[in-house]
Design a protein around this ligand. Structure first.
Ligand code: NAP
Length: 486
């Protein structure tokens, strides 16, 4: 089967939906959104593990143009975020554009026709003037490489592929990993399971989570006087931006926050030996700062053990640690994160003259404004290289990128350009600038290994600055930075 569109959007998460909404609002209706899952949501569909919730306040982690006065909590749970996304899909009439159960395997640029052909796993083709990649920075689960992993005879799954049909009740469960996913899962299942064995390699920094139920008068106020919700969003925005200073310009600020985190730990964990195990050794911020009020208390339960001796192997019946102790378990849950820096694209992309994106990105992924890539005309990426944040809502970055792409698409329509392709020297200069800025950040100097960096230690995931500087950079599509073909 072969179908023709003006635009193909790959991914039906926040990025793909935002792109679709803005295309429609500008009068572009001939597009399709290809999505591998059976419904919309992206990461918020995939990550349905117990306890899944946002770690940025929902009034900020939502579209600026679609405020929701009904968030039940400060930090909305996963189901509520999905409901919000469903609401947006209906309100902005996106339903007819989704094509679910469609896993994209490749996107190839045709130099003769100046069009892209996107191919799915069934071999269907979709041709388009432009492709907008919205497949997410954290969409490919990463499994560790542990000796004997495949021999385990019990149940296993990754946190992002949670098996709801598996009953945890009365079971002895191993969780590997102590990142953002694990710290939400542990308190959510600790009570239900017989035993929980948490295999920790690096203890994370954890801050109190300023979460609470929204009060009914607050919801009523936001509904009756929408500007009050805008004010609240503005307040949250600036509180988060203030944190960026710690990451980017002055890690000393973060060292101050370490005191708060240590007090948080001390208050919850009275046992000194356990507290020592849970105390981080790198500078806060080097890895993502985690927020939780119930993780540390869960670790003090009598049926929970924190094991930090290192895993020697996994065998048919459980996990053996380096000290030689065998830990028999019924199931192993891998909360081991995602391929972010080293496996940036989930599908093959071939640009001009057959240029392979993996080839172009041999030294590490790079793009101009995380959005356009030299050698790949009419390809736009959302949440592309160096657009991630350590301090605020990714939806701010998504909206900024969509604004930029829309300016580009409108310029193409006005000027009747067939293609736009960022000049290599523009991309290079931009990347030199941001990598100079990145060198000063805590992500480079904080003494940790994180998913922010690729195997060469290059940070290809995070944006080194305030979101308002990125918004300023993406406000206009500057044609002089592009080769255009009319
Ligand atoms: P992660 O932060 O990358 O954590 C993975 C964990 O697995 C780390 O503790 C890591 O240890 C451990 N690990 C990996 N390989 C291992 C191995 N071979 N042996 C032992 N331990 C191993 O992954 P994540 O928790 O899924 O979170 C990823 C990102 O997703 C977050 O940073 C965040 O951006 C996003 N997220 C957001 C939310 C939210 O609330 N909005 C929730 C979940 C995730 P090391 O630290 O030693 O490498």
């Amino acid at each position: 089967m072969s179908k023709q569109y003006d635009y193909v959007i790959i991914g039906a998460g926040f990025a793909g939906m935002c792109m679709a909404i803005k295309l429609k609002q500008a009068g572009f209706h001939n597009f399709v959104i290809l999505e591998r899952n059976k419904q919309l949501g992206g990461t918020w569909y995939d990550n349905h593990y117990p306890g899944a919730a946002c770690d940025v306040q929902s009034h900020l982690y939502s579209f600026s143009f679609e405020p929701n006065a009904n968030w039940s909590r400060m930090f909305g749970p996963q189901q509520e975020i999905l409901q919000y996304m469903e609401h947006c899909a209906t309100k902005y009439e996106l339903r007819q554009h989704f094509q679910f159960n469609t896993t994209v395997t490749s996107a190839t640029f045709n130099d003769t026709t100046n069009t892209w052909t996107v191919t799915d796993a069934q071999g269907n083709n979709y041709t388009a003037k432009a492709v907008i990649g919205c497949s997410g920075g954290l969409s490919q689960p990463a499994m560790p490489d542990i000796k004997g992993m495949d021999t385990f005879e019990g149940k296993t799954f990754h946190s992002a592929q949670w098996d709801n049909s598996y009953d945890l009740k009365g079971k002895r469960i191993a969780i590997i990993g102590t990142g953002a996913s694990a710290i939400q899962i542990v308190p959510a299942i600790a009570e239900e399971v017989k035993d929980l064995l948490l295999f920790q390699r690096t203890p994370p920094w954890i801050m109190p989570k300023p979460d609470r139920k929204m009060r009914s008068w607050e919801m009523k106020l936001f509904k009756a006087l929408p500007f009050t919700q805008s004010l609240f969003r503005g307040y949250l925005y600036w509180v988060h931006e203030a944190m960026a200073a710690g990451f980017v310009t002055n890690p000393a600020i973060l060292r101050l926050a370490q005191g708060i985190s240590k007090r948080h730990l001390k208050k919850a964990v009275k046992d000194e030996a356990l507290r020592a195990k849970l105390t981080p050794t790198y500078t806060m911020g080097c890895k993502r700062i985690l927020l939780s009020n119930n993780y540390y208390p869960a670790l003090t339960r009598s049926n929970v053990q924190v094991l930090n001796n290192g895993i020697a192997e996994i065998n048919t019946i459980g996990v053996k640690t380096i000290d030689g102790t065998q830990h028999d378990v019924d199931a192993i849950i891998y909360a081991t994160g995602f391929h972010a820096a080293d496996g940036v694209m989930a599908f093959d992309i071939k640009g001009k003259n057959g240029l392979d994106i993996h080839q172009a990105w041999q030294q590490g992924a790079e793009a101009y404004l995380g959005t356009t890539v030299a050698g790949f005309p009419n390809l736009f990426l959302i949440v592309g290289p160096n657009t991630g944040l350590g301090h605020s809502s990714m939806i701010l970055m998504i909206e900024a990128q969509v604004q930029y792409i829309m300016e580009g698409i409108k310029a193409m329509r006005t000027n009747k350009w067939k293609t736009v392709e960022v000049k290599p020297e523009v991309q290079q200069q931009y990347n030199e600038t941001i990598h100079r800025e990145l060198a000063k950040t805590v992500w480079q100097s904080g003494g940790c290994v994180s998913w922010y960096q690729n195997k060469n230690g290059k940070n290809v995931t995070l944006y080194p600055g305030y979101t308002f500087t990125f918004m300023r950079r993406t406000k206009r599509f500057e044609a002089d930075k592009y080769h255009t073909v009319a």
